[in-house]
Design a protein around this ligand. Structure first.
Ligand code: C2E
Ligand code: CA
Ligand code: CA
Ligand code: CA
Length: 279
């Protein structure tokens, strides 16, 4: 039986988990996490800099492991990605997030966008468009209130393929944003061929931001170039009033970060939206 087990794992010979027994254990429990209902989705508001309004939420997955407690996405998403579990988990996140947004709308709150992250494998699954169509139908959410975040590296891996898929999603009315922009060593001139709505400036830029520094000039250049291509700009990882002031001064329209809100559990997110409900 032992030999058989070893053979099975040869399949994973180059994987993260094969090199690290702790990760292998974690990957095994990840297989049961969906059916054991150990996942939840947190929601982090996106804020319009000019008006202070919440324009949308980003769905961020959380795994509450029965013994280990909260496991960070940076740990389990790569495991889910390499084991292929990300396909099922990702569909669950998509459905949960769309359902939540529909619930908010049905309770009379002003409509906002729900942003859902798609990993490389999710983006490349053959049935992606089919699954999104089905989830929108089942939850009754209008496609215009769904935004998909794909990383710059995912988008440029095969621009022809990316373009075909994104054109289909655009036809449906789904918005697309490029996540972690500025880290993927690509340029906007390559991405301009894609039907995009939004660029999210990676949070590493905020960390390094000093007045009049090189980073400040880079952020400004990204915003200017993004605008010239008709894109909306969202800055991630905004933690201070100084960062916010700078972003306002260069006409970046949206921010996401601890300065306004951390990712929130469903109930807290609902409370905040309710507290801002127009009379
Ligand atoms: P991301 O998509 O770039 O998400 C932003 C991350 O930055 C989140 O980390 C968020 O909690 C954190 N963050 C937000 N504001 C601030 C801030 O002001 N300062 C700092 N230091 N951090 C901030 P989180 O939730 O740990 O997620 C990490 C990554 O895991 C995400 O990065 C995303 O790539 C991935 N991820 C999370 N949920 C999902 C999911 O449902 N599907 C997929 N495929 N990936 C996901
Ligand atoms: Ca994201
Ligand atoms: Ca990001
Ligand atoms: Ca990131």
């Amino acid at each position: 039986a032992k030999d058989k087990g070893r053979n099975n794992y040869q399949f994973y010979s180059v994987s993260l988990s094969a090199k690290n027994p702790e990760l292998l254990t974690l990957e095994k429990s990840l297989r049961y996490a969906l059916e054991r209902e150990e996942f939840t989705v947190f929601y982090q508001p996106r804020v319009n800099i000019g008006t202070g309004e919440i324009t949308g939420m980003e769905a961020l997955l959380r795994w509450q492991h029965p013994e280990m407690g909260l496991v960070a996405p940076s740990v389990f998403i790569p495991l889910a990605e390499e084991s292929g579990l990300i396909i099922a988990i990702g569909e669950w996140v998509l459905r949960t997030a769309c359902m939540q947004n529909k619930t908010w709308q049905d309770s009379g709150l002003p409509p906002i966008t729900m942003a859902v992250n798609l990993s490389l494998k999710q983006f490349r699954q053959p049935k992606l468009v089919e699954i999104i169509t089905r989830v929108l139908e089942q939850t009754g959410l209008d496609a215009h209130f769904l935004e998909l975040e794909i990383m710059e590296t995912t988008a440029i891996e095969d621009l022809g393929f990316t373009r075909t898929v994104l054109e289909e999603l655009k036809q449906m009315g789904v918005n697309i944003s490029i996540d972690d922009f500025g880290t993927g060593h690509s340029s906007l001139s390559r991405l301009q061929l894609l039907p995009l709505h939004n660029l999210k400036i990676d949070q590493s830029f905020m960390r390094d931001l000093q007045p009049d520094s090189k980073v400040a000039h880079i952020i400004q250049a990204i915003v200017t170039l993004g605008h010239s291509l008709g894109l909306k700009l969202t800055a991630e990882g905004v933690e201070t009033a100084e960062q916010l002031e700078f972003l306002k001064s260069i006409n970046c329209e949206e921010v996401q970060g601890y300065f306004f809100y951390r990712p929130l559990p469903e109930q807290k997110a609902t409370e905040i939206l309710e507290s801002k409900r127009p009379i």
